[in-house]
Design a protein around this ligand. Sequence first.
Ligand SMILES: [Zn+2]
Length: 80
Amino acid sequence: MTQCHHGHDYHHDRGAGEEVRDPVCGMKVTPAVAKHRADHEGKDYFFCSVGCRTKFANDPGHYLKPAKVTGPHRVVRVDC
Ligand SMILES: [Zn+2]
């Protein structure tokens, strides 16, 4: 009697639960299930609702500009 075990279950969850941020409201959106998407300058953006998507489409630069600040401007925070 020979017993063959082929019980290897490889679970690769990578990619399935990936989340991105809705650039309009900051909510986490899962691209795999997101219904609202817009592309801007070759990049895909995902939104929680059609309202956010419309806002973004009207003025993408407004929602994208705080992401990266490169320049001489310095933000000084005073926490007291
Ligand atoms: Zn949103």
